[in-house]
Design a protein around this ligand. Structure first.
Ligand code: IMP
Ligand code: MG
Length: 201
């Protein structure tokens, strides 16, 4: 059951539970290598809602690696209710309030489910540095999309802004599961599946 597709609107399983678990353990070790224990626990901020499952699994992997974390959350929405439209580029990132202790002067690890065009992570990083006064922001994403035909603007953003830690690279398709959704569906899947986009238009 665990790694079986149960919905015909999904095409295939791209990452199964075991692959995800072992990669997240490896990511925790990468983070640990760069981390200075004298600076205190890692202040991990998840971008809701997509990052929720990645954040909690990564936190437990960090615990197994001997690294303490503190949690914070921020809500940001980019693609409102569904998927991005075809050829759609520029978009506004709506940042809502942050929950957690004051990030001022702290070293933040910002985590998100997927780096697609890059607008969300870039906007939230800037928000922490410029508006909330964080000392530093590192970024970790569960997935990074291999973009097919990025606009020059997106290409530029992707070049100037790279995530520090990346779980997996995925093709330029809409993916769901492990926190990722289409109109709020599928977040609870334990694996990552590729959606049949035509079923959701
Ligand atoms: P970006 O701003 O284009 O990088 O978009 C990133 C945000 O869009 C992520 O935080 C996700 O919430 C959402 N997103 C992008 N691609 C997907 C996908 O394939 N599945 C689910 N959500 C996605
Ligand atoms: Mg998101």
């Amino acid at each position: 059951m665990a790694n079986v597709l149960t919905d015909s609107r999904l095409e295939s399983i791209w990452l199964d539970e075991d692959e995800i678990r072992s990669r997240i353990d490896a990511m925790a070790l990468e983070i640990k290598k760069d981390y200075d224990p004298s600076s205190g626990p890692i202040y991990m901020i998840g971008i809701l809602k997509g990052a929720c499952i990645f954040q909690t699994d990564l936190a437990r992997a960090l615990w197994r690696a001997g690294v303490a974390v503190r949690f914070g959350f921020i809500t940001a929405s980019t693609y409102q209710d569904g998927m991005k439209g075809e050829g759609e580029v520029e978009r506004k990132v709506k940042i809502k309030s942050m929950t957690g202790s004051d990030p001022k002067g702290k070293n933040i690890l910002l985590v998100d489910d997927v780096l697609d065009q890059g607008f969300t992570l870039a906007a939230v990083t800037k928000y922490f540095l410029n508006e909330l006064g964080a000392n530093s922001v590192k970024t970790g994403v569960f997935l990074k999309k291999e973009l097919q035909n990025p606009s020059p603007e997106v290409l530029e953003l992707r070049k100037s802004f790279q995530a520090d830690y990346v779980g997996f690279t995925v093709p330029d398709r809409w993916v769901v599961g492990y926190g990722l959704d289409i109109a709020e569906e599928f977040r609870e899947l334990p694996y990552v599946a590729i959606a049949r986009e035509e079923c959701f238009r």
